[in-house]
Design a protein around this ligand. Structure first.
Ligand code: HEM
Length: 333
């Protein structure tokens, strides 16, 4: 009887704590707020959502593409849609951004918003909402997005140098996120965005062939040896570097926590991803998502991803009278 009562109390306490975690507001940041367009453009969220959804139906790869685009926007000049500007020497034309896709989705949403509420909704807010919608369309859990970002007027190729690179050590990755006000847990959580989408062979084939002298195959020793032949079959030596491979093997179309389980099993595809597990500085956080640590010390990926996304979506935002509301997302007014 005593054990039943105490198990019941533990269960009750866990439920209360989980509920509190979920209900804790994910945080409005300086300048942005929930319901920013409630009077000026009340249908903004449904217009963005239906646009992303209709593109997603004909090409599901737009979801990971938009999520990545938002990250690359926020890390350069803040989340101000500077990534969307066309032209020579802009962010869009820079090396780390050359494979970004999904620009037409944002242009399409902007066109519809200009028809319903001209001059009101920023491209930066459209991209932020589209990133959130991409997560829910891939069966992830959505979250409320504080709005009110304004669009930037600067977009320079040379500003993209501080984007994280797939060869970066954990120390460098942590530093690059810290520079944006994001901690190591935000880093691990946000890179969990790799639960959807693909990477081109050119970004990881170096791990498959002449990477190491410590393995008989020459492959990166941190890759599960049974995974090496699978990756090699997908990316043959000197083959087509633009061929694309799932970042989360077995579950590339679903926004879930299996990416972290793959890391734990040596099945991370990018070198920077696998290091999140091999480096003790971030391993505990991966453990907390991959089910290695259970109970109250475990973390719920969906809850934490929402929290960290709200933080990232507020990096360096322009609000109030800063910046502008672009007429078209690809050009400064
Ligand atoms: C250390 C940080 C990161 C590094 C080094 C990194 C690197 C990469 C690389 C090399 C690719 C493959 C690109 C391609 O072949 O087109 C990729 C894809 C992707 N990244 Fe990251 N990334 C990082 C963080 C993030 C974050 C914070 C997010 C989102 C919150 C994110 C979301 C994505 C998504 C969704 C894809 C798949 C894109 C697609 O399928 O088109 N990444 N990343």
């Amino acid at each position: 009887m005593k054990t039943t009562t105490s198990s019941f109390l533990v269960l009750l306490l866990s439920l209360i704590i989980i509920t509190l975690i979920i209900l804790t507001p994910t945080g409005e940041a300086q300048g942005t707020r929930f319901g920013f367009y409630s009077r000026t453009c009340p249908n903004v969220e449904s217009i963005v959502r239906s646009t992303v959804q209709s593109h997603f139906q004909s090409d599901p790869t737009v979801a990971p593409a938009l999520l990545r685009m938002h990250f690359h926007d926020c890390f350069v000049q803040g989340c101000d849609a500077s990534i969307l500007i066309n032209g020579p020497n802009t962010e869009k034309s820079a090396f780390p951004n050359r494979l970004l896709r999904g620009f037409d989705v944002i242009d399409d949403a902007k066109k519809q918003l200009e028809a319903s509420c001209p001059g009101i909704v920023s491209c930066a807010d459209i991209l932020t909402l589209a990133a959130r919608d991409s997560v829910s369309l891939t069966k992830g859990v959505g979250w409320p997005v504080p709005l009110g970002r304004r669009d930037g007027t600067v977009s320079l190729d040379s500003d993209t140098n501080n984007l994280p690179a797939f060869t970066d050590s954990i120390q460098v990755q942590v530093q690059k996120f810290a520079d944006k006000g994001l901690n190591a847990q935000d880093l691990v959580t946000l890179v969990g965005g790799h639960t959807i989408g693909t990477a081109a062979c050119q970004f990881f084939s170096n791990r498959l062939y002449n990477f190491s002298t410590t393995t008989t195959t020459g492959a990166d020793p941190t890759i599960d040896p049974t995974f090496v032949p699978q990756l090699r079959a997908l990316c043959p030596q000197n083959g087509d570097g633009s061929r694309r491979v799932a970042l989360d093997t077995g579950s590339q179309n679903t926004f879930d926590d299996s990416y972290f389980k793959n890391l734990k099993n040596g099945r991370g595809v990018l070198e920077s991803d696998q290091k999140l597990w091999t480096d003790p500085a971030t391993r505990t956080i991966v453990q907390r998502y991959s089910g290695t640590i259970r109970g109250l010390f475990g973390l719920r990926f969906s809850v934490e991803f929402a929290r960290s996304m709200v933080k990232m979506s507020n990096v360096g935002v322009k609000t109030g009278s800063q910046g502008q509301i672009r007429r078209v997302c690809t050009a400064i007014n």
